[in-house]
Design a protein around this ligand. Structure first.
Ligand code: HMG
Ligand code: MG
Length: 299
């Protein structure tokens, strides 16, 4: 399969990245991060989550973040919504696109959203209905697609079944999450082959955490399978509160650098993206997780 000419990067740093931070991060810093990212040319930013603040305290201010950002035309600003309460709160904050999230493993589903996989899918049905009524688009996630912190191996057929349900209930795109970053390129290609037989490939995205240093290789493996949408996190921010030891998503700067090298168009300015990553890394008081940003800063 030829490599795609264009790739869309879904920037998940403000949500998947920051959700895992124990230290308080001000609304102003979150707003600045989102605005920096869109100034760098990102056309899709996951801004926050409308989840229980007892479960994920860092996302509690998501409505304020939505109120503070300078929304640019042509940019999608999305939020996670696990249930109707979350959807209604998102709607109240003016959100036009939400993401629902299911898992490919039962244990992770219980730990992450306190219900079984099939209960979670049932919870999403009224969200899909309400979203249709309000003209809100819904993206779907499947977690633990290449391994589960509690169950180990996960069958690609199980991932395909969950992805297909999300697609059939109306998710316009389903992002496959290697939540704990154990996947390798061969497993990634196999996964997209199996899931791609159930959900059209243009409607699939890759979401790779870099815990085992495989994320960029897995992005490339996905490109070879015709996948052209990837979730990434500026400065490699993040992890998942329900997957102990999970590190951040693949760094947006590193994915962009690789895509540029492959001649693939994204519409994103690498220098501005590096600056956005530097600013939030300063706020967090630690070095960026992006190898490209580190190399550029060393020059
Ligand atoms: P629950 O405790 O089963 O829910 O949580 P409940 O309905 O029994 O409600 C319990 C309390 O939560 C009640 O409050 C509700 O009002 C409140 P109380 O009466 O105790 O004061 N509540 C809410 N509050 C705010 N917003 C809401 C909401 N819903 C209920 N939407 C629930 C179920 C799903 C809410 C909970 O488990 C939860 O919020 N989990 C958060 C999970 C999460 O955000 N995980 C991280 C994101 S997923 C991820 O990172 C993976 C991904 O990146 C892909 C990958 O890497 O694989 C997407
Ligand atoms: Mg994630």
């Amino acid at each position: 399969m030829p490599l795609p000419a264009k790739v869309r990067l879904v920037e998940v740093g403000p949500r998947d990245g920051l959700q895992n931070e124990a230290q308080p991060i001000s609304v102003a810093d979150k707003v600045r991060l989102v605005d920096d990212l869109t100034a760098a040319g990102l056309s899709y930013v996951e801004v926050g989550s409308f989840v229980s603040p007892k479960w994920v305290p860092q996302m509690a201010g998501s409505a304020e973040v939505f109120a503070g950002i300078r929304q640019q035309p042509g940019v999608t600003y999305a939020a996670l919504a696990p249930n109707m309460r979350g959807f209604e709160d998102a709607l109240g904050a003016g959100v036009k696109e939400v993401a629902v999230f299911a898992a490919a493993s039962e244990s992770f589903s219980q730990r992450n959203i306190n219900c079984s996989i099939s209960e979670s899918l049932q919870r999403f049905v009224p969200i899909m209905d309400a979203a249709r009524q309000h003209g809100v688009r819904v993206r779907g996630y499947v977690s633990c697609v290449l391994g589960c912190p509690y169950e180990g191996q996960v069958d690609a057929a199980q991932v395909a079944a969950v992805a297909r349900e999300l697609y059939e209930m109306g998710c316009y795109e389903v992002s496959l999450g290697d939540t704990i970053g154990t996947g390798t390129p061969g497993a990634t290609r196999h996964l997209f082959n199996v899931v791609g037989a159930q959900v059209p490939r243009p409607q699939l995205a890759g979401h790779f955490h870099d815990t085992y240093g495989q994320a960029l290789a897995n992005v490339y493996a996905s490109l070879l399978e015709g996948i052209s949408v990837f979730d990434s996190s500026v400065a490699g921010l993040g992890g998942c509160p329900y997957a102990k030891g999970a590190s951040g998503n693949v760094a947006s700067e590193d994915v962009l650098y690789m895509l540029q090298g492959l001649g693939i168009e994204t519409g994103i300015d690498l220098e501005k993206l590096i600056e956005a990553g530097q600013r939030i890394s300063l706020v967090l008081g630690r070095a960026t997780g992006s190898r490209v940003a580190r190399a550029r800063n060393a020059c």
